[in-house]
Write a protein that binds this ligand. Structure first.
Ligand SMILES: [Zn+2]
Ligand SMILES: [Zn+2]
Length: 598
């Protein structure tokens, strides 16, 4: 066995997912070891609860065709790790319980049940909601694509933040043609590239933040769960399914009303727990059924994501779900220009929890204002104007208030380094880390208050009175952004926006709020969901093979490692193209070849 890098998994107790307890560490696996384990687990579950031709024959051989009696020894290991010292609660024990309602499914001697998403979805919620059996799965989430290889090949034109290269001869060539090897390296749909795409705000963040602008890989197994959450800083996210079993998604609209609706269901349900851990939702360890959310008046939509499909989540939109077997996905955040107002909301929320943001919202806002040529539309540019105005108004109001109270302005005496506004690089991020408000952890980007009693503590303008008991005269303000400079920035953006208003075709549409349940025009079913459900209905989950990624992976210079990615020991350097019919045929052929192996 080749030596392979291993990632650590998280151990998820499905029957306790509603309680919000934190996850323990699971075992370490290389991607291929993980996939092997995940496949075995899924097969165990299938053989235990589902009648399939394979399962029936192996069962008949081993238990003599007798009625299902939950004999754990003869049917192989239980489909889950028994919880420590609690053998009465293991899945194997549950299967032998006379009352079949306790288990997730009817035992295998009942009517033939197909191993498909509809039945497995019921199994899943049975386990989560009834806690009738203990099921433990290991989830390989948040695996750094830099260390383990992205599923996408790396750009040679400097389009990804980390791991790529720049081939000066290629940079000025026309965009590669769809379907070519270069296309997959350079397309903005490549998740390594999307944060730096021309209309992405995050392209100004030139420091790699794992999971934000550097993708994370997700190795899933049957029922491994991504719990309810929305994205850091209310960013958008984009998730690609590379290969393997489908993924079940549930989503709640990103409107304030619906996001708060979900939060209320959480609070009502976990009121005791939330008293100790007020930001429980940020821990991403809690799962709730869509049924419970609907009861609370929260609209929930669902979809099944198959290999080759993207799922995009919108700002503040809560989402969660689980896998139907071994699979591999990849995800990263992005932000378009309309995100700015959601970023502002997220920033306020983080301050209320004293949770440090992943980057300074004020810095990003001002950096955007310094790249005005990127503003293409009046409707989004005016969001930037509104946000600048909001932060500058508050800043000036609080400065005046503090000066009136006797706090000194020492900016004339202290030489502070100016704020860089061309990009958010490592140096500026380091500097920002040193000026977090002691109370709300906000990056004091424009100014801060300090006190003679402390060399290190600083405060934002909102919280200086909490910092110490010293009188205002002992406190002083340090200012990085002068009033005149801030005023000029705002004026420039306003002027640019007026120009856009005169020329932009989208001016007429006026309101930029998207259709949400706040305006009462949310459909009952998400567009396209019914067609998709019809298309996928009854599709049996295929564990006979795990599909390799469907695009070239072993390009020279690529950090994405085909062998690691595929989870098999077969080299996957097939010259196939994403979504091409030929590839489907090849996959089928391969499947037929491998059938019966398991
Ligand atoms: Zn503060
Ligand atoms: Zn003091």
């Amino acid at each position: 066995m080749k030596s392979k890098k291993e990632f650590q998994t998280k151990e998820q107790h499905l029957h306790r997912l509603q309680e919000g307890v934190s996850f323990g560490d699971g075992k370490d696996y290389s991607p291929s070891e993980y996939t092997k384990m995940a496949r075995e687990k899924a097969i165990e579950w299938r053989d235990m609860y589902y009648r399939t031709d394979n399962a029936i024959s192996s069962r008949e051989n081993s238990i003599d065709g007798s009625k299902e009696n939950g004999d754990g020894d003869s049917t192989g290991p239980a489909p889950s790790n028994p919880s420590n010292g609690d053998s009465a609660n293991t899945a194997a024990a549950a299967a032998s319980t006379p009352s079949s309602s306790a288990g997730p499914s009817q035992p295998v001697d009942s009517e033939s049940k197909e191993f498909n998403t509809e039945n497995l979805e019921k199994d899943y919620w049975n386990i989560v909601e009834t806690q009738s059996q203990s099921v433990v799965v290991e989830y390989g989430n948040d695996v750094n694509a830099n260390d383990f290889g992205s599923g996408f090949p790396m750009s040679e034109r400097g389009r990804c933040l980390e791991g790529g290269t720049i081939d000066v001869d290629k940079v000025d060539l026309p965009e590669p043609k769809f379907g070519t090897e270069d296309y997959y390296k350079e397309t903005w749909w490549n998740l390594n590239n999307i944060p730096c795409a021309p209309d992405s705000i995050l392209r100004h963040v030139r420091v790699g933040i794992n999971g934000i602008n550097v993708p994370w890989m997700y190795y899933g197994s049957l029922f491994s769960t991504f719990c309810w959450h929305n994205e850091d800083n209310y960013l958008y996210s984009i998730n690609y399914h590379h290969w393997g079993a489908p993924k079940q998604w549930y989503g709640v609209p990103g409107s304030k009303k619906d996001a708060e609706g979900l939060e209320k269901v959480f609070k009502d349900y976990l009121s005791m727990k939330m008293r100790d851990v007020p930001d429980l939702l940020h821990h991403i360890t809690t799962m709730f059924s869509p049924r419970l959310l609907k009861q609370g008046g929260v609209p929930v939509y669902k979809l099944v994501q198959n290999p080759g499909e993207f799922v995009v989540t919108f700002p503040r939109a809560f989402h969660g779900g689980f896998s139907y077997g071994p699979n591999c996905g990849e995800a990263v955040n992005f932000a378009t220009h309309d995100w700015i107002r959601h970023g502002a909301d997220a920033n306020e929320r983080y301050r209320s929890f004293a949770r440090p943001a992943v980057f300074s919202h004020d810095r990003l806002t001002f950096t955007m204002a310094n790249h005005l040529q990127e503003q293409k539309a009046y409707n989004t540019c005016r969001l930037l104007v509104a946000e600048l105005k909001r932060v500058i108004d508050e800043e000036m109001r609080l400065r005046n208030k503090l000066l009136e109270a006797g706090v000194r302005d020492l900016s004339g005496e202290i030489n502070l380094p100016p704020n860089r506004l061309d990009q958010l690089d490592e140096e500026s991020a380091d500097y920002d880390d040193k000026r977090l408000c002691h109370a709300c952890k906000h990056v004091c980007f424009f100014s801060c208050v300090a006190c003679e009693c402390s060399q290190s503590k600083v405060s934002c303008l909102r919280h200086s009175h909490y910092m110490c008991r010293c009188p205002p005269e002992k406190k002083y303000m340090m200012i990085w952004a002068e009033k005149a400079e801030m005023g000029k920035t705002l004026k420039d953006v306003q002027a640019f926006n007026e120009k856009l208003q005169a020329t932009s075709p989208d001016t007429a549409s006026g309101d930029v709020t998207s259709p949400t349940s706040e305006s009462g025009i949310v459909p009952d079913v998400a567009p396209g969901a019914e067609e998709d459900a019809t298309k996928q209905k009854g599709k049996i989950i295929d564990l006979s093979c795990v599909f390799p990624p469907r695009y070239p992976l072993t390009a020279v210079g690529s950090k994405g490692n085909a062998e690691e990615m595929s989870g098999t020991d077969v080299a996957m350097a097939r010259p196939n193209k994403m979504g091409l019919e030929e590839d489907e045929k090849e996959a089928k052929r391969q499947k037929q070849n491998e059938e019966g192996v398991l």
